[in-house]
Design a protein around this ligand. Structure first.
Ligand code: 7PM
Length: 279
């Protein structure tokens, strides 16, 4: 179970792996325009790769609570040139953070290695698109939509609900022809959850692993960290590392982060300690 094939690269997931976040939304570039955006994206990707990222997660849709909906053509224009340019220059797995069928198939054709969908392939045509690529998929739990998800989230039984939802999406994926071995699960930290929901889900990482899939955690700089520490986004690295270290100890193996180098170092040390036996 521990070796997974991501397009042209295989990864042993008995080791912790770091996924660097690359936002290609216009607001993520200083000039807000098109001209320097590809160049800026490539520089950021190069830095994260030098720092030891195994994946670069390219996202062209802002899933921030209350964010505007991005049109299909706009998302294609943002994401595909970046996927193509990264694959042309670097030896790294490109993950695409998308729910859009044409972005899924277009990215795969350009060499992407993982489909990362915060909507767990629920959008019309997404299951079929993902299945046609034969690539691994990351299925994330979200309650509601990015526009409404933070409006007083509540659950009858949080961990059961998240687990049941993910089981439903695993079954739908398998029915669409996606290989069971190619499914990664994600509790969706911050997607329709309060602080106590987020911390409970992180503490119950083992429940998702018991479903027989690798687990990816995306907690980097999120409100959960701000809620606990009372600090702005710019000061959430140490808290983020605490959350990620905690879930590494519970068995999560892929960490989606903004700050690659600190996580690569931390996880290298943690892994070496965890694998040491009887010297
Ligand atoms: C603005 C606010 C832009 C928040 C983006 C975000 C996850 C993800 C995101 C996650 C997986 C962020 C989010 N979060 N994919 N994409 N898991 N698999 O904070 O937790 O990065 S977008």
């Amino acid at each position: 179970m521990s070796v997974m094939v991501f397009g042209d690269k295989s990864l042993d997931l008995s080791l912790p792996r770091v996924m660097g976040i690359l936002n290609v939304t216009p607001d993520s570039f200083s000039d807000g325009g098109k001209h320097n955006s590809l160049d800026s994206a490539l520089k950021q990707a190069e830095r994260m790769i030098d720092d030891g990222a195994d994946f670069i997660d390219v996202g062209g849709e802002s899933t921030r609570p209350g964010a505007a909906v991005v049109g299909e053509q706009e998302e294609l224009n943002r994401v595909l040139p970046v996927v193509e340019a990264i694959k042309a220059r670097f030896n790294v797995i490109v993950s695409v953070d998308t729910s859009t069928p044409s972005v899924i198939t277009g990215s795969a054709a350009l060499g992407a290695g993982l489909i990362n969908d915060v909507r767990a392939l629920e959008r019309e045509g997404a299951l079929e698109a993902a299945s046609s690529t034969a690539l691994p998929v990351c299925l994330m739990h979200m309650r509601g939509t990015p526009q409404t998800m933070q409006q007083s989230p509540s659950y009858s039984d949080l961990v059961d609900d998240v687990e049941r939802y993910l089981i439903t999406r695993i079954e739908a994926s398998i029915a669409a022809g996606i290989n069971k071995e190619n499914i990664i699960l994600d509790p969706g930290i911050g997607f329709g959850k309060t602080l106590i929901h987020n911390t409970t889900l992180l503490n119950c990482t083992g429940r998702l692993l018991d479903l027989g899939h690798e687990v990816l955690i995306g907690v980097s700089r999120k409100t959960m960290i701000g809620d606990i520490l009372g600090v702005p986004v710019s000061e959430r690295l140490y808290g983020t590392m605490g959350a990620n270290a905690s879930t590494y100890m519970k068995g999560a193996r892929i960490f989606r982060v903004h700050d690659v180098k600190p996580h690569v170092d931390m996880l290298k040390v943690m892994h070496q300690i965890e694998e040491s036996r009887n010297a």
